[in-house]
Write a protein that binds this ligand. Sequence first.
Ligand SMILES: [Zn+2]
Length: 112
Amino acid sequence: MWKIFQPWSSKTLQDEGFKKFNAAFDAQEYDSEIGEDYELSLKIQVVGDNIKFRIESLLPGMVGYASSDCQHIGILGRRMKDGRIYINQAALGHELCHVLHFFDPQIMDPDK
Ligand SMILES: [Zn+2]
């Protein structure tokens, strides 16, 4: 079933969200002396309905999750009319931060 979205507002909202995430990032006190490499093998499951997430503890409104074994991310996607798959970038980045945190606890937990 196709749902009607307003593409102009989707892109605008995405751009505004990106600016806000950058502002939040820049608002942190930091030391720029960092140079870490992380190498992971990661499976990313993209589904149109979170009921298809491969987890036992599904929460209402959940748009993504990351497995604590650092091997799996589930994320909501939408198939557009032209066949492309649209992924919630903020949610994917958030879940990737979880994976990195599980891999190296020095990476900040994105929920805290
Ligand atoms: Zn989280």
